[in-house]
Design a binder for this molecule. Structure first.
Ligand code: HSE
Length: 430
């Protein structure tokens, strides 16, 4: 058997402890699969004295994780601290410069600096493994970079945040509003005390940025992404969508649109009966469309100790085997700046939700505005009075130019009979 691969772990939170557990528990199995033993040499975390429920006594304790980047006894460092800038970024950069492989779950770092890191890793002949950064335990990096390497990828889309999917599922099943479900999720420890990254779509957008880079061979470009989270999705929207045969999901979408790429993160309506519509609770799902394979859907746990550590150890095993494909599936030098499609050019059906005064002629006024903006109605319901005495009108449009629908929304808002800002969500046909 070859020499062991010697590794250092920076960060011993939930995921770090999971990695230790797997490497201890499956040490023989992993040695056989990797063709060489994988040895934890050094570990680092803020609190050395804390009982983490695993035996850490055989490992060298490193006070400052940054110093692992030039530790002579290490071939690979696992970064499990997080953050796109500062000491963690410096640690990853200097580890690569010192010819150490890096495995990380740090989606923010990669979404902001991925192209640069891919070039640096290539220049230093090391690998940056990041399977754990996208959709936790789902092996989507391997799927896109290796399993589907024969295909021209035409689209990648998915449910990339378990917290949002849990909240939307719970809202639908119980009829409760966003704030109420979020609070309960926080009390139970499912959602972070500061939920911003999750519910505003940023965490999922980091992941989509990487999926787009992998799928289309372009530089990760987080700044180019249009991001809308789930705060404005109401219990009513979820109920009205259900009445018309749909569920609302926070979807990350990247697809070819002519010679451009359309990339968006937003709550969308999907058919209740669709495969992705049936991915519920904390689960994640990523669907890839390729010209020869047609469509592949991967569903699984997107977070948590076991799934995330499983993805990290898979990367370590790959590196131990010497399987080191380019970070985004093509030589870093050939990664292109993407040409992004304009949202105005999207062809889409939309869900519209209007709160109106209950008076004669309201529907005539609304349909007249929509007609003037080339918006054609496919489904229409008037579910009844709301608690505050207003009336809701809900529609699904036929597929049309998104810019026409946006213009129609602006014109509708000016009508006297429309009481609140009209709401629209795209219907994604998948
Ligand atoms: N907070 C994420 C989620 C997992 O809720 O899915 C880590 O990205």
């Amino acid at each position: 058997m070859k020499d062991p691969l010697k590794i250092g772990l920076a960060g011993l939170g939930t995921v770090g402890v999971g990695v230790v557990k797997i490497l201890q528990h499956h040490s023989d199995l992993i040695s056989k699969r990797a063709g060489r033993p994988i040895q934890i040499i050094a570990i680092s975390a803020r609190d050395q004295g804390k009982d983490r429920g695993v035996d850490l006594s055989g490992y060298e304790w490193v006070k400052n994780f940054s110093t692992m980047s030039n530790h002579n006894g290490l071939d690979l460092v696992v970064e499990m601290i997080g953050g796109a800038e500062g000491a963690v970024k410096d640690f990853v950069y200097s580890s690569i410069k010192n010819n150490k492989h890096v495995v990380t779950a740090n989606k923010a770092l990669l979404a902001h600096h991925g192209a640069d890191l891919a070039q640096l890793a290539s220049d230093n002949a090391v690998s940056v493994g990041y399977e754990a950064a996208i959709a936790g335990g789902i092996p989507i990096v391997k799927t896109l970079r290796e399993g589907l390497a024969a295909n021209n990828i035409t689209g990648v889309f998915g449910i990339l945040n378990g917290t949002c999917n849990y909240i939307l599922t719970e809202m639908r099943e119980t009829g409760r509003d966003f704030e109420d479900v979020l609070k309960e999720a926080q009390d139970k420890g499912y959602a972070e005390a500061d939920p911003t990254f999750d519910v505003d779509g940023i965490d999922a957008a980091h992941k989509l940025t990487l999926l787009t880079a992998l799928g289309f061979g372009v530089k990760p470009d987080f700044g180019a992404l249009s991001i809308t989270g789930i705060r404005d999705v109401s219990a009513d929207d979820i109920k009205f969508a259900a009445d018309m045969g749909y569920k609302i999901k926070l979807l990350g979408i990247a697809k070819r649109s002519g010679d451009k790429i359309l990339q968006r993160m937003e709550p969308c309506l999907v058919k209740k009966t669709s495969a992705i519509g049936n991915v519920e609770g904390v689960f994640n799902a990523v669907c890839v469309k390729g010209d020869f394979v047609n469509e592949v859907l991967n569903v699984g746990p997107g977070a948590g100790e076991g799934p995330t550590a499983s993805a990290i150890v898979a990367d370590i095993i790959d590196i131990a085997r010497g399987n080191v494909p380019p970070m985004f599936g093509v030589d870093a030098k050939t990664l292109q700046h993407a040409s992004w499609a304009d949202a105005n050019d999207i062809q889409s059906a939309c869900y519209l939700h209007l709160e109106v005064k209950d008076q004669s002629g309201v529907i005539a006024d609304i349909t007249s505005v929509l007609k003037n903006h080339n918006v054609s109605i496919n489904k229409f319901i008037q579910p009844g009075f709301n608690d505050n005495g207003t009336e809701s009108i809900v529609m699904i449009t036929h597929k049309g130019q998104y810019k026409d629908i946006l213009a129609g929304m602006i014109a509708l808002e000016k009508l006297d009979s429309i009481l609140t800002k009209p709401k629209h969500l795209r219907v994604e046909e998948i």
